[in-house]
Structure formats: structure tokens, C-alpha cells
Design a protein around this ligand. Structure first.
Ligand SMILES: Nc1nc2c(ncn2[C@@H]2O[C@H](COP(=O)(O)OP(=O)(O)OP(=O)(O)O)[C@@H](O)[C@H]2O)c(=O)[nH]1
Ligand SMILES: [Mg+2]
Length: 503
């Protein structure tokens, strides 16, 4: 058994990000296959009896063939323990993706080689680049006709403003894909079933000459700081270039580093005090057990099953005895874990997203995780009045997960839910039916501008049909303005009232 320091050195924790459909889940599946935790790569749309991808485990994900929530998976490869976080690409779920990005030490950006940098990739890149962590680029789908690799690399540099360093180079694509050329070892990795095409080959070799003369220098420090991205080409679907990518990734990706607390204290991973934070809560991962799991990223110290920790927000002491890790199809009970690892703590309702936990006496608090202000609102009711109990439970649990945000009418306590995007309502409805067996009905309120008002400044007469008064789940007053115009009008009328875009 490796000792603590060795284990720490061998951890690699990363998120896969991109615009929808670039192939994140497909790549994740191939990586799991490399790690030997699955025996066959599943597909995102399991046609017929085909196996489904491990990280799209939720019923609605399998039905629609898209990821709606991030998932955490773990595997070993080449002496390293890898924690991979597959994120959803759709912008309606980007709050979940943003939080997940706070829990990783590096990022793999997947780009569809036929499409180049798409809007959601750009947005996510900007968030990652603020953190200054290493970013690796994987141009996917070269088994289909792709854009010119020179153009693609140029686009990374001009659109994202990061230097790019190709680690390998595709020769042709689609029907005429010859292979990828390894620029480190200077050898061609031929594509199986390639139809040999001399002119494509010659053109590829010319490009490689050009790269060698005019390309960026490889600068390790720039990689570490997220100023230079190593670039790879391949196809996740046909498992071409994935092994080469994984090998190089493991060479350059960082082991867990220090994390800053709210008091600007740098907590080093080898600090003996156990610390970590909750970046995600997920209910009903195992529908038979109706469980609720808080995902904790370990920042420092060693986790030992049964250890006592303090929940910083409440000061409450608790024992961590029921803790799992996720290996594709299986969950394993965790005995020990180290920084970089993500552990799933069975939760009976103690945790919130963003919570810090720590062992020992020194108080530690990590910064809050990003939250978005919802823009769309719906009233919600249970169709069947007999199912009130499951209805309330479902709403409460899905709200704690951060799937949607809950508000209530100022008087009457009607439920109003808010979301950043429409798809979140679909997921909420589906999961209420699927996981809590409650059919719900929405009554459209529509797109609104939410602003919090200080309770001491509130006068109920300020409310009107153009600024609906509601309360958030902590009973704080919020106005839902019809539009920006209504908000400006309100500001003119009540110049002394402070309105906040966030709690
Ligand atoms: N031809 C080809 N298709 C691919 C490749 N990788 C993924 N696909 C297909 O692209 C589609 C989307 O793949 P996913 O892996 O679900 O993409 P994703 O990035 O996880 O999508 P979201 O999670 O919904 O954002 C699926 O139909 C895949 O089979 C590839 O290398 N080549
Ligand atoms: Mg996916």
C-alpha cells in the first residue's frame, strides 16, 4: 500500500467540458474502459440492447441522450488514480458545471473537429481560465470530415486567447483519415482500415514541417498556469488517439494543489488536518434506496472511515462512516481517501452545496461556490392532492440539489420555482414523476428579473402586477420584475431602496 505522500502524488482530478454533443461522455466512457472499470464502452444512446454510457446514468439522460448533471467516476491507469468529472454541456445546466469546475485540478476541453470552438465551450473556458489551472484540448470526431487542423489550432489561439501546442497531428479525416502523427516520438499511428492516400499524407507532412518551424515552444510552466494548452486529436467513438491522449495527459496534469480559504489561508494538500467541501448533492442515485449523497472534494489530510468532522456552517459535529466512491457500475465503500479524491457522503439532510467540513480544532471555511440568479419562473402544483407528502419531499430534495430554486408566494405559500433555463423545468418534472411518483403541473409566470430587497426597506404596497413579491427559501423577500424597464421604473420611484441581484 502506498503511503499518504505517494498516494497524493498519484492523484489526478479533472473535469471534461465543452459545448453540447462534442463527445465528453463518449470520451469519459473510453477512459473508463482504459482503466478497466468497464469491459465494453457504452454509448450515450443505447440503441437496441446496447450498453449505455456510465456517466449518463440518470433516466432522463438515457432517454434524451444528453447529460443533465455532472457525474464523478474513478479509475486507475498507469499507477495513477484518476477522478474524472463528466459535465453537461447544455447552458441550462451550467450552474452545476461551474461548481464542478471548482473541485478539479485540471480540465479537458473537448472540441468537435468539424465545428471548432462553439459558444458554450468559450464561456466555460473563460471560467476555467480565471482559475489558472492546466487546460488540455482534445479535438474529437476526426473519424468524420473535420476542418483543417491548422485552422482549428489557430481558432483556439484567436477565439480563446490561449497558446496552443499540438502534441499530435491528424493526417486527413473521415474517409481519408490516415492516422495521427505523434509529434513527440515523430511517428505515425496509423488508423486501422485507412485507405492509403498519398496526397493527403504529403499534405499532412507539410503541415507538420510548418509546425516545427513556426509553432509555439513547449513551455511547462505555461501549461501549469493555463496559458498554453497541449492539443490532441482523436476520436472518442472509435477509440482512436485516446490512449495517446491519456498517456500524455497523465504526464503533464498536476497532482492536487493548495486551496485558499475565505481568510486567505492556503491549505496545502499534505496538511495533516482533514478538510474538504461539498460541491454537489445528488438524490436518488440508487432509486431503490432513496439515498442522498453529498460529494466532497478532499482538500487536505487523510480521510479515514468513521472519522469525526465539523460542519463549518452549523458547527455541528458528525461522523463520516457511510462513504462511497464511484467506479462506473459499482460503488465501493471507502476506507481511506486522500486530497484530490471525491467521496460521496450519505446525507440525511445536513449538507448544503458549498459546505466546508474539517477535522480537529482549527476552523476552516472555503469560499462559496457560484450561484446563478434564475431568469424563468413557474408556479407548480401537484396534480393529485393525495400525494402532498411525496410532492413536498421531492421539491425539497431537488431544491437542495440545486436542480432548481424554490420561492413561495408572499402570502399563501404557493410554490414558485425559478431556473436559469427551460430545460431545468423539464428535468424537474421528469424527476418528480420518475423518482417521487408525483405528477406536477406548471403554471407559467415567465421570464423575470429577480431582485432581493432588504426586509426593513420592504413595504408590501410596493408590489404590483409588474413586480411580483415572493420569498426565497430562507423567507427573504424578492421582487420578480416584469422586465428591465419595470425594474428601472421601480428604482426611479424608490431611489433609497437597495435591490440586489443575488442573495
Ligand atoms: N463520429 C463520431 N461521433 C462521436 C464521437 N464522439 C461522440 N460522438 C457522438 O456524438 C454524440 C454526442 O456525444 P456525447 O458523448 O453524448 O457528447 P457530450 O459532450 O457528452 O454531450 P452533452 O453531455 O449532452 O453535452 C453522440 O451521438 C456520440 O455517439 C466521435 O469521436 N466520432
Ligand atoms: Mg455528456
Amino acid at each position: 500500500m502506498e503511503n499518504f505522500q505517494e498516494q497524493l502524488k498519484n492523484r489526478r482530478t479533472f473535469a471534461i467540458i465543452s459545448h453540447p454533443d462534442a463527445g465528453k461522455t463518449t470520451l469519459t466512457e473510453q477512459l473508463l474502459l482504459h482503466g478497466g472499470v468497464i469491459r465494453e464502452a457504452g454509448t450515450v444512446k443505447g440503441r437496441g440492447s446496447k450498453k449505455l454510457a456510465s456517466s449518463d446514468w440518470m433516466a432522463i439522460e438515457q432517454q434524451r441522450g444528453i447529460s443533465v448533471t455532472s457525474s464523478v467516476l474513478q479509475f486507475d491507469y498507469d499507477g495513477k488514480r484518476i477522478n474524472i468529472l463528466d459535465t453537461p454541456g447544455h447552458e441550462d445546466f451550467s450552474e452545476d458545471t461551474y461548481r464542478t469546475l471548482m473541485a478539479v485540478d485540471s480540465v479537458v476541453m473537448v472540441v468537435d473537429a468539424a465545428k471548432g470552438i462553439e459558444p458554450q465551450t468559450k464561456k466555460l473556458f473563460e471560467i476555467v481560465s480565471q482559475r489558472g489551472i492546466p487546460i488540455f484540448t482534445f479535438f474529437n470526431k476526426i473519424d468524420r470530415d473535420a476542418r483543417s487542423p491548422l485552422d482549428l489550432v489557430d481558432e483556439v489561439e484567436t477565439v480563446l486567447g490561449i497558446q496552443a501546442y499540438p502534441m499530435n497531428w491528424p493526417i486527413g479525416s473521415g474517409q481519408i483519415l490516415q492516422g495521427i502523427y505523434d509529434l513527440q516520438d515523430n511517428e505515425l499511428i496509423p488508423f486501422k482500415n485507412a485507405k492509403a492516400d498519398e496526397s493527403v499524407m504529403a499534405e499532412g507532412m507539410d503541415e507538420i514541417e510548418l509546425l516545427k518551424d513556426a509553432g509555439n515552444e513547449f513551455d511547462r510552466k505555461a501549461v501549469d498556469q493555463g496559458r498554453l494548452t497541449p492539443v490532441f486529436f482523436g476520436s472518442a467513438l472509435v477509440n482512436f488517439g485516446v490512449t495517446e491522449f491519456l498517456r500524455e495527459y497523465l504526464k503533464y496534469a498536476p497532482a492536487p494543489g493548495p486551496v485558499l480559504t475565505v481568510d486567505d489561508l492556503e491549505i496545502e494538500p499534505d496538511d495533516p488536518q482533514f478538510t474538504g467541501f461539498v460541491f454537489k448533492i445528488q438524490a436518488n442515485m440508487d432509486p431503490r434506496h432513496r439515498d442522498r449523497i453529498a460529494f466532497v472534494r478532499i482538500v487536505s489530510g487523510e480521510f479515514d472511515r468513521g472519522m469525526d468532522v465539523t460542519l463549518q456552517r452549523t458547527g455541528k459535529k458528525m461522523r463520516l462512516s457511510n462513504v462511497t466512491q464511484f467506479m462506473a457500475e459499482e460503488r465501493e465503500n471507502v476506507q481511506t481517501a486522500v486530497p484530490g479524491d471525491i467521496i460521496g457522503v450519505y446525507d440525511t439532510g445536513n449538507f448544503q452545496i458549498g459546505d466546508t467540513i474539517y477535522s480537529g480544532k482549527r476552523k476552516v471555511q472555503f469560499p462559496d461556490l457560484p450561484t446563478f440568479t434564475p431568469e424563468y419562473f413557474n408556479r407548480v402544483i401537484a396534480k393529485d392532492v393525495m400525494k402532498q407528502k411525496s410532492y413536498h419531499k421531492g421539491v425539497e430534495q431537488l431544491v437542495q440539489e440545486g436542480t432548481i430554486q424554490l420561492y413561495k408566494s408572499w402570502q399563501g405559500n404557493e410554490y414558485i420555482i425559478g431556473a436559469v433555463g427551460q430545460l431545468q423545468f423539464d428535468v424537474f418534472k421528469f424527476r418528480m414523476e420518475n423518482e417521487y411518483n408525483v405528477e406536477i403541473q406548471f403554471e407559467l409566470i415567465g421570464s423575470k428579473v429577480a431582485r432581493w430587497i432588504r426586509p426593513d426597506q420592504l413595504d408590501e404596497k410596493m408590489a404590483s402586477s409588474r413586480n411580483l413579491l415572493v420569498k426565497d427559501r430562507y423567507d427573504q423577500p424578492v421582487f420578480l420584475f416584469e422586465n428591465q424597464f419595470a425594474l428601472n421604473w421601480f428604482r426611479d420611484k424608490y431611489p433609497d431602496v437597495d435591490l440586489e441581484a443575488k442573495m
